[in-house]
Design a protein around this ligand. Structure first.
Ligand code: SAM
Length: 276
């Protein structure tokens, strides 16, 4: 008998994956967590029936979450990830010569599952520069002023504990927690299925930060595939080519300086969403 996992990508669209095995399933304090081995995309981390990552395409999302803001800053020493308990974004941050990389994940079970099933991602937790905190990122960030050079919000969709990660008060706290050249980025979902949210987050960031921009990447297992990231910056214009490095001296599979320049070229239909 064939086994399939289906994700409701919107109320009217379902994406299905043929699976080999269900490797793990549990109900944590915050969400339902499952690890599935799929035919096409390899191992997949699923939270509340939503695909968080797959071994075949995780590099695209994690490289774009980390390298665009870190290179935009230019010389970050202290970096914070909020969410991201799988370790993928942290792994990419640690390719840079940062002094400290902190991660605040609300659900310790996500970290445990990553250590058990995704060693390629959780390898980051063993780096001596990494510090992991298991608590709500919204409360955590309020305790810092002028402290982090880059803050990355690697969150689940805006439901449950992640709702507050898409609110203006939170972005103001992030602004305060950043140093004077600070850079912030958040994953801001699909322009097809989360149009309203993208527009709202972009407008909040543009009100709070001197510079705000949206960039995109194509991630096959995220709804609609075309994915958005919204970046805010205190001093440096992220979409200015002058702030893109000439070369990247570590191995990547998606990110390159050319991709960095190109990712800010957004199509008219997204520009329309942002300006509505
Ligand atoms: N790359 C993924 C995506 O876009 O689907 C996100 C991956 S990562 C697993 C998201 C993490 O954010 C989850 O592990 C979740 O527990 C965590 N999270 C949700 N709300 C949070 C909060 N308020 N504070 C800290 N972590 C939170």
């Amino acid at each position: 008998m064939e086994l399939w996992f289906s994700e409701m990508q919107s109320k009217n669209v379902k994406m299905s994956y043929k699976i080999k095995n269900l490797l793990h399933s549990e109900k944590t304090k915050f969400q339902n967590l499952a690890v599935i081995d799929s035919e096409e995309f390899g191992r997949m981390l699923i939270l509340d029936d939503v695909v968080q990552l797959t071994m075949k395409d995780e590099f695209i999302y994690h490289e774009m979450m980390a390298h665009v803001p870190l290179f935009t800053h230019g010389s970050p020493e202290r970096v914070l990830v909020i969410g991201g308990g799988d370790g993928g974004t942290l792994r990419e941050i640690l390719k840079h010569p940062v002094k400290e990389a902190h991660l605040v994940e609300i659900d310790e079970k996500v970290i445990e599952a990553s250590k058990r099933f995704f060693p390629e991602l959780s390898v980051a937790f063993d780096d001596p520069r990494a510090k992991i905190f298991c608590e709500d990122g919204i409360a955590y960030v309020k305790r810092f002023k002028n402290y982090y050079d880059v803050i990355i919000v690697d969150s689940t969709d805006p439901v449950g504990p992640a709702v507050g990660l898409f609110r203006k008060e939170f972005y103001k706290d992030i602004f305060d927690a950043l140093t004077e050249k600070g850079v912030f980025v958040a994953q801001t979902e699909s322009p097809f299925y989360y149009e309203g949210l993208l527009k709202e987050v972009y407008n909040c960031i543009a009100e709070i930060f001197p510079y705000a921009a949206v960039y995109t990447a194509v991630i096959p297992t995220y709804p609609g595939a075309l994915w958005t990231f919204t970046i805010g910056s205190k001093q440096v214009d992220p979409s200015d080519k002058a702030n893109v490095p000439e070369s990247c001296n570590f191995k990547t599979r998606y990110y390159t300086p050319e991709i960095h320049k190109a990712c800010f070229k957004i199509p008219p239909f997204i520009k329309e969403i942002l300006s509505k």
